[in-house]
Design a protein. Sequence first.
Length: 249
Amino acid sequence: MSGSIIRPYGDTTGDGMVQLSFTLPIPHDKKAEGAALQLARKMGLDPALLVHAKAMGPDFTFFVVYGSSTHLVNLDEVRVVEREYPLLSAKDANLAIRRTLRRKLVVVGACIGTDAHTVGIDAILNIKGFAGEKGLEYYREIKVVNLGAQVLVPELVARARAEKADAVLVSQVVTQKDAHIHNTTQMSAAFREAYPAGHVPILIVGGPRFEEDSAAQLGVDRIFGRGTTPGEVASYLVHEITVRKGRKA
Ligand code: B12
């Protein structure tokens, strides 16, 4: 195998072993177990071993399957979104904001739609922060307006306008029926409609299950995923206000 082709590792290097779990909408019996193995084989696991099956009520069964994946990963074909800006300390971010804007940077944040998962956005905004980093409220040159959960898009737009927001930070954790995609697209469209072209605030969306390279598709400037820290967001904000100022000049 060339260095850029890899396979998963279980017991011995390159044995391809992976574990996966899923639920089928059938009662737990021998046939259900056979159905789970059929699915696993169709997904490229060969051999596939059933290591766990448990009834989830009378009509569903949960499975864990362990098996060797027949697929190869080509590292040369992996595409990722690299951070194109430097990570700044809170002190340097504050200095850069003051130098660029000569006033505080205003951030309005919310969970939109029916989403009530505020832990993620609070990790970024609240002073106590996340992973040992203080949140944006700690930054002297950032004014944070955290609207909390289940905020309607018109309410978010109105508040962003009233606060003269430089950036709007939205969180979407629930992904059932692609709610995060629909809500984000609706939100970005509403901002483009409410603001003159070139004056829309920096639109940022975050949550654990976004595809990081889909920002343009969703009409936002940046997507932040799992494990994001407040410092990364502050650094991005500094980068983006600097780029925008350069464009205006
Ligand atoms: C805590 C929790 C709850 C709490 C939320 C409390 C609160 N105030 O937030 C409660 C109990 C209320 C809850 C309710 C529900 N939940 Co819930 N919940 C979770 C749980 C266990 C943890 C989420 C969390 O706090 N993670 C920790 C934070 C720090 O991580 P994070 O959100 O990913 O945030 C980080 C990044 O993503 C990013 N980020 C996130 N947002 C933003 C925004 C910006 C601007 C930026 C820059 C970055 C950023 O930065 C953060 C820090 O790194 C998850 C399962 C899990 N383990 O993830 C389920 C989970 C999210 N919940 C789920 C579900 C289904 C529900 C309910 C529908 C359950 C029900 N049937 O009632 C309800 C929905 C309520 C609603 N209307 O939204 C599902 C979602 C499934 C899906 N595909 O959508 C999950 C995945 C559980 C599961 N496996 O089924 N839940």
